[in-house]
Design a protein around this ligand. Structure first.
Ligand SMILES: Nc1nc2c(c(=O)[nH]1)N[C@H]1C(S)=C(S)[C@@H](COP(=O)(O)O)O[C@H]1N2
Ligand SMILES: [Mo]
Length: 428
């Protein structure tokens, strides 16, 4: 079990400095243990907090070691004839790549089936949307973020932060409510530009009593959510160490462009490798709080979807809303190769903190077969492509699900079959 603890920011920074550049989860006796262990631990589901950077890269194929060498992946389909694709069964209800509904219920489900080696990010126009640009938001000429709570009240002008904006990296964002009904299209990968959240906090005179940070964004719409599907109010509470360790930043750019309106224009929170529900859009307030802070309506709404144990009353009892390692097929291609029908299952792997090549595919709960992860996975920030050459034994319906055959990697959603998809093979 990993211990988490509450520290005020000065203590936290002091310890981090003492620990050198490694901002990881080094434990020391004088850290104050949380009164309540992480909810996920309590539920027997270790949230597998970051061992990022500690993974033994030696386990990976050595093929990438020589800088500048373009890896070649074996292609069992070379010289074959592409005959088309199989659609996923029971997933044709969703409108893809187009904004639908209104307000909090506004969505864009991204068609992920064309993600490929030469198209590894999703364009802004097709990037998934969860909640439209609020029609009641009248952006002022000078956007500002109000800082209150256990701090000297401060107003941060966005214009003052803009000179600090720099590329922050390419990451996968996934809605914790991503599901079959939307063809698993509430996820995407994009490159982001912004300012490390720590540098924003550096501008705030914070009381020593503060242990956590509440980040909120504009969240009012004239049209109510149908059947109260969404709770009004967008905010999440983080410990200082969660913000620092995750590499959280305020984003102002997406794929090299100013943040588009539906994605939080002019500024949003981005927490790499956590679910999208923590990545507050249209950020306009930061409040410094302590360990008595109650969970926000957003946290309660997303408690089960982020695998919390129950609905914790206090924010401090929330486990980090990190994405476990996961994988799913995104398309099944039908080919004729050397006179034989051959199917290619192509998919993505994302989330978690470990590098792995132990990904396997199962058809109808049969024996797991290793898939090709090529080029090898070299980070957990964005998704990694995999593929599998498949000769189905007979026509019929097949369920397809993935597993990672490494007991050290936590895969709660894969374990429950969350991303299982189905296809119909009508010719072998
Ligand atoms: N202000 C505000 N921020 C928000 C939300 C919201 O409803 N209002 N939805 C959250 C959820 S649930 C997700 S998954 C992400 C989606 O970000 P995107 O629409 O840019 O893809 O935004 C988060 N930030
Ligand atoms: Mo979400």
């Amino acid at each position: 079990m990993k211990m988490r603890r509450s520290l005020n920011r000065r203590d936290f920074l002091g310890r981090s400095l003492a620990a050198g550049s490694g901002l990881l989860f080094a434990c020391s006796e004088n850290m104050v243990p949380m009164s309540n262990m992480g909810a996920a631990d309590a539920g027997g589901l270790d949230a597998a907090l970051s061992d990022a950077g500690l993974t033994d890269a030696g386990m990976m194929d050595a093929g990438m070691a020589d800088a500048g060498v373009v890896p070649t992946c074996p292609d069992p389909f070379a010289g074959g004839e592409a005959l088309g694709r199989l659609g996923f069964l029971r997933e044709d209800g969703a409108t893809l790549d187009q904004l639908v509904n209104q307000g909090w219920d506004g969505r864009l489900y991204t068609d992920l089936s064309n993600v490929d080696a030469d198209a590894l990010t999703i364009d802004n126009e097709r990037f998934y949307v969860r909640t439209h640009y609020p029609d009641l938001l009248q952006p002022p000429d000078n956007w500002s973020i109000d800082v209150t709570g256990l701090a000297t009240p401060t107003t941060i002008m966005l214009d003052d932060l803009l000179p600090l904006v720099r590329p922050m990296g390419t990451y996968v964002l996934e809605c914790s409510g991503n599901s079959r009904g939307g063809a698993f299209g509430l996820m995407g990968a994009a490159s982001w530009g912004g300012i490390p959240f720590d540098e924003v906090l550096d501008r705030v005179p914070i009381d020593p009593a503060a242990t956590r940070v509440l980040v909120s964004g504009f969240d009012e719409h004239s049209v109510p959510s149908v059947n109260n599907h969404s709770t009004p109010g967008a905010s999440w509470i983080f410990s200082f160490e969660d913000l620092a360790n995750s590499g959280a930043f305020l984003a102002t750019e997406m794929n090299g462009e100013p943040l588009p309106p539906p994605h939080g224009d002019p500024v949003r929170l981005y927490v790499p490798n956590w679910y999208g529900c923590v990545c507050i859009k249209w950020v306009n307030a930061i409040e410094l709080v302590d360990d008595s802070a109650p969970s926000t309506s957003q946290m309660l709404e997303f408690a089960s979807r982020t695998h919390q144990f129950g609905r914790p009353r206090l924010a401090r009892d929330f486990a980090p809303a990190t994405m476990d390692q996961a994988a799913m097929p995104i398309r099944v291609e039908k080919w004729r190769v050397d006179g034989q029908l051959l199917y290619r299952v192509v998919g993505i792997m994302w989330g978690g903190y470990e590098l792995t090549d132990q990904l396997a595919i199962r058809f109808n709960n049969g024996a797991p077969q290793p898939v090709d992860v090529c080029p090898v996975q070299d980070n957990n920030d964005t998704w990694t492509l995999w593929s599998y050459a498949w000769q189905p034994p007979a026509v019929g319906n097949y369920s397809v699900r993935m597993q990672i055959e490494d007991p050290n990697i936590t895969t709660r959603r894969l374990d429950t079959g969350y991303y299982e998809r189905s296809i119909r093979v009508d010719e072998v």
